[in-house]
Design a binder for this molecule. Structure first.
Ligand code: KG4
Ligand code: ZN
Length: 361
């Protein structure tokens, strides 16, 4: 019998305010509640997340989200064993709002406080959803993150490579903007691409000529701008078919790059791995997902993609990562610091790339 733990998780590192209650014990894992309040409308007019607005909105919504998470779980704070909170990396105002909220609850209710790395939350999610054993390989691929990890333990991560500029979701969003499609760009570009010819435009596959698992997506965006501008100069505008072909070509390039780099990650770092897991909004793309699944199958590895609500930012993953830290015998004091940067793998040099949403690691 392992000791059961019921943990309140809090997340506010980017543009989602989230709270959740997760219970774990005797090999069972249960999400008792997961509340996510997004801020898409708040930032829509600015074409990206405005850190100051995000922080204020988090400060306003955090206690309401915590209350809703406890209500939905049907539990009072007296039934909670610890408070886990994202302590970084992320937009510092939002992270501070979450950490202050968690400290207040922990101090008021006399509960242990556990600071969680947001990226560890994503990276440990396959253990919450699928009970995955260590070690496994992981691709985090969203609007703010893009990195390959070998996950050896709850606090042992090896970064195998990552983007040196934009995150893929960010590239999808910019592509949508350049072609007059709505945000978030990923689903819009994917829908357009369905009717398009992926071979019409010869978009680059950045960094495939270099060994290793680092990725780059900003050159792809520049190539797309050039192709668009050439069409506009030639014909005075884009036809629907042009737009569909541009989307299909862009998506094919991103897919090829992610698939090839995944192949290398699995080939070079997959020894003994139990699975290849993905997380992040871009993993919702069916072409990309199918390609990654194919790579896992070819390497003889199980492919794990958590449900989308747990792939994107949420607090259940933070509560779960908190449970993992508590089980390892760790927690923090009320001096827990909020960190804008917090690499998962401190042995590797920091990534240059960031991602629109500011999660830098
Ligand atoms: O994980 P997420 O919700 O938030 C963070 O970025 O942390 O990911 C959102 C990103 C956006 O950039 C969005 O355009 C992208 O994921 N995305 C997609 C798809 N659905 C969402 N990208 C490609 N294809 C999709 N179907
Ligand atoms: Zn995230």
């Amino acid at each position: 019998m392992d000791q059961g733990l019921t943990v309140l998780g809090i997340e506010s590192s980017c543009d989602d305010t989230a709270a959740a209650v997760v219970r774990a014990g005797d090999g069972e894992r249960q999400i008792l509640s997961s509340v996510v309040a997004g801020q898409t409308d708040l930032h829509a007019a600015f074409g990206g997340v405005v850190p100051e607005l995000a922080a204020r909105a988090h400060a306003e919504k955090l206690d309401l989200c915590v209350e809703a998470a406890l209500d939905r779980a049907g539990l009072g704070l007296d039934r909670i064993d610890a408070v886990a909170v994202t302590a970084g990396p992320g937009l510092i105002g939002g992270v501070m709002a979450g950490v202050m909220c968690a400290k207040g609850i922990a101090a008021g209710a006399g509960l242990p406080l556990v600071g969680v790395n947001h990226l560890a939350g994503h990276a440990l999610t396959p253990r919450l959803t699928d009970g995955l054993a260590f070690p496994y390989l992981m691709l985090l691929v969203s609007g703010g993150h893009c990195q390959f990890l070998r996950v050896e333990g709850a606090e042992t991560f090896h970064r195998l490579g990552g983007t040196i500029d934009d995150a893929p979701g960010e590239a999808f969003d910019k592509t949508a903007k350049l072609l007059g499609l709505p945000q978030p760009g990923g689903p819009a570009v994917e829908a357009e691409a369905k009717a398009g010819d992926p071979a019409r435009f010869a978009f680059p596959r950045p960094l495939l000529d270099r060994p290793g698992c680092d990725l780059s997506f900003s050159g792809l965006k520049t190539a797309l701008v050039r192709a668009r501008d050439a069409l506009v100069a030639e014909k005075g505008g884009l036809t629907r078919a042009d737009r569909a072909d541009l989307c299909a070509g862009f998506q094919a390039a991103v897919t090829d790059v992610l698939a090839e780099k995944s192949r290398r990650a699995l080939r070079d770092h997959g020894a003994g791995a139990k699975a290849f897991a993905v997380a992040g909004g871009v993993a919702a793309n069916s072409t990309i997902r199918a390609a990654l699944e194919g790579v896992a199958q070819a390497a003889g590895l199980r492919f794990v993609a958590p449900p989308l609500s747990l792939c994107t930012d949420n607090a259940a993953m933070i509560a779960w990562a908190g449970i993992e830290r508590l089980r390892a015998g760790h927690h923090d004091g009320l001096d827990l610091a909020a960190r804008p940067r917090w690499p998962l793998d401190t042995a590797r040099p920091a990534l240059i790339g960031s991602g629109r949403k500011g999660a830098k690691a």
